[in-house]
Design a protein around this ligand. Sequence first.
Ligand code: ZN
Length: 406
Amino acid sequence: MLSLRRRLWQAAAASLSRRCLSVRIINERNIELQPAAAAAAEERLIFPGVWLRDNCQCAKCFHANSQSRQHDWDKFDTQVRPLQLQLNAEQQQLQVRWSDEHESSYGLSWLRERSFEPQAQREYLQRDYRPAMRLWAGAQFEQVAQRFDYARVMSEDAALQQWLQALAVYGVALLHGAPLDAGVVRRLAERVGFIRRTSYGEEFVVQAKPGAQNYAYLSTPLPLHTDLPYYEYKPSVNILHCVVQTASSGGSNLLVDAFHIAERLRQEQREHFERLCSIAVNWNDIGSEAGQQFHNIWRQPVICRDADGAYTRINHSVPQRDSHFTVPLEQVQPWYESYAKFVRLARQDAHSFKLQPGDVLSFNNLRLLHGRTGYDDTEQNSRYIVGAYMDWDIIYSRLRVLKRQQ
Ligand SMILES: [Zn+2]
């Protein structure tokens, strides 16, 4: 079954197709589809010839079973030109004869869905690439952190999709009612895809451990941080299952949307923001786990953005920042000032809440900072959390497939 949105999209495409009565070559290379009604001038669609030729759907150019292009790209003529066009209204097809003597045929609704109009491109990216993130302040946590029933997520695809969608948009989502066994995080990760393994194994247990090799395995307060900033390929999503919660007043989780903090810094204190975006920090982790020694280092600024300026990743960890700071001398003091600003803004905005046994907290480890208040760890007063990681590649893929099946 197709989603309502996709059906509406296709209906719109079909109705446009019926009105598409003219087609012409423009600038010798491109093809323009024009609806008959002059009123619909904004729906004029222009398709670059080179792109059309590249995306020929014939069996020689396109392998339908694998949905893959199969040109010999060594021979592909980027200067290819359309020589002759024909619109087949009955079959809703556009036929093109090319300067390289090839002939192609394109469905009009196929073309419409690949419109180069900026608005249509934005809609495609939000629908099929990734849903737009909505940033939030700590005070909004109760409104944005949606809660889902564990059993329904495990058995109903619609509930699974809602959970993953909330996680993608807000960077945090909670499940409740999970059984109190150590296998929950694995079953959840396998419901989505598979667990992301790290130096600390697949599932990890967060509890006070004598002789701990990682700062998280203490009962002292755990300051805000992201996990594994010292990995280039940093785990995307943290899932934490509360099996036993301490009866002491501590042991609360702290969460903050660090993309929101970065955005505040960008708007209010541009100089600090730019510095945290540009100065690379050496994040590191030295230790051993299950008899295996490791020494991880990854160099990257605190705030990372893509070419469009969209936030992609935040790195922050007090214990796991290398004492080697390989920047020019004069950058050191300013960097500390900027980092302190960022960390204090985050601390002020952090939301505190306490998981109950059976709760599962999932959050975006590339975006949120998390921490924990200290607690008294005694035999009567313990805390037992099982965690695991998943990766966005696997989650987004699952989400796209679920949406398609709707
Ligand atoms: Zn072809």
